[in-house]
Design a protein around this ligand. Structure first.
Ligand SMILES: [Zn+2]
Length: 238
C-alpha cells in the first residue's frame, strides 16, 4: 500500500501549492500576505518621522503618518482599492500598529486618554457597494486588534456621495463638496458633560479637508479627536 501513501503525499503537495496564495502585488508565491520583496519595498516608503512635525491639522492635534505616498506604497494602495485586494491593508496595518507601539509619545498619550477608541473615515454606501470594502476600516480593525484599542467603524457615517477632492476645482467647491458629508448616528452621540476621545484613521492625508470635516462633525456630537493616524501622506517640503 506504499503507492497509496505516496499518492496521498503527492496529492497533499499539489493541494498545498494550489492553496498557497500569491503576493497580490507581484503575483509571486508568498508565505505571508505580501512577498518579502514587496514587503521590503513598502517598508522603504516609511516616513522618517511618524509624528508630523509641521502639525498640518492644528497645533494641538497630532497627525501621525506611517509612510510617504509614493513608489511601492502608492502602488500598493491603488492595487488594494482598484484591484480588489483588501488584504494588502491588513499587511500594512501591522506596520502602522508596530510603529505606533514603538513611538515615544504613545505611552503618555494612552495614559492621557484612557478610554480612547478608533474611528476610520467612512465611505459613502454607494462607494462601499462598488468597492466592496472600506480600506480605512480594514486598516482600523487590524490596528485595533494589535493595539487592543476599541474600534468603532459605525460611529461616523458618510451621508453625502462626494466627488473625489482631486476633481474639485476651487477651495470653495472643495468645502461645499464636503460640507455636511458626515453624520454621527444617535447611538454614538454623547453629552457635553461626558465627551469621549477618539483617534481618526484614514489611508491618505492630502489637503486635510476630509479630516477637518470629520473632526467638526464628531465634535458636534462630543466625540473629540485627539490624534489622526494615516497610512500615508505625500512628502511635504520642509
Ligand atoms: Zn510581491
Amino acid at each position: 500500500m506504499q503507492w497509496l501513501t505516496s499518492l496521498n503525499r503527492l496529492a497533499n503537495t499539489v493541494i498545498d501549492s494550489l492553496w498557497q496564495a500569491n503576493c497580490p502585488l507581484c503575483k509571486r508565491p508568498a508565505d505571508r500576505i505580501l512577498c518579502k520583496d514587496c514587503d521590503r519595498q513598502i517598508a522603504a516608503c516609511q516616513s522618517p518621522k511618524f509624528l508630523q512635525k509641521d502639525y498640518p491639522i492644528s497645533p494641538e492635534l497630532p497627525l501621525y503618518s506611517w509612510g510617504i505616498y509614493d513608489g511601492a506604497l502608492k502602488r500598493a494602495i491603488a492595487t488594494c482599492k482598484y484591484n480588489n485586494h483588501p488584504e494588502i491593508m491588513e499587511a500594512i496595518s501591522e506596520k502602522i500598529a508596530d510603529t505606533w507601539k514603538r513611538s515615544p509619545n504613545t505611552k503618555e498619550f494612552i495614559q492621557q486618554h484612557k478610554k480612547i477608541s478608533v474611528i476610520p473615515i467612512p465611505l459613502h454606501a454607494n462607494k462601499l457597494k462598488s468597492r466592496g470594502f472600506n480600506q480605512a476600516e480594514i486598516l482600523a480593525r487590524r490596528f485595533c486588534d494589535l493595539t487592543a484599542l476599541p474600534c468603532h467603524p459605525q460611529a461616523l457615517q458618510r451621508v453625502k456621495d462626494t466627488k473625489a477632492q482631486m476633481q474639485t476645482k476651487s477651495i470653495k467647491e472643495r468645502e461645499q463638496n464636503l460640507s455636511h458629508a458626515f453624520t454621527v448616528p444617535l447611538s454614538h452621540r454623547t453629552s457635553q458633560t461626558n465627551p469621549r476621545s477618539v483617534i481618526l484613521l484614514d489611508d491618505i492625508y492630502t489637503t486635510g479637508a476630509t479630516i477637518h470635516e470629520a473632526i467638526t462633525t464628531l465634535a458636534n456630537s462630543n466625540l473629540i479627536v485627539r490624534a489622526v493616524i494615516v497610512l500615508s501622506r505625500p512628502q511635504f517640503k520642509n
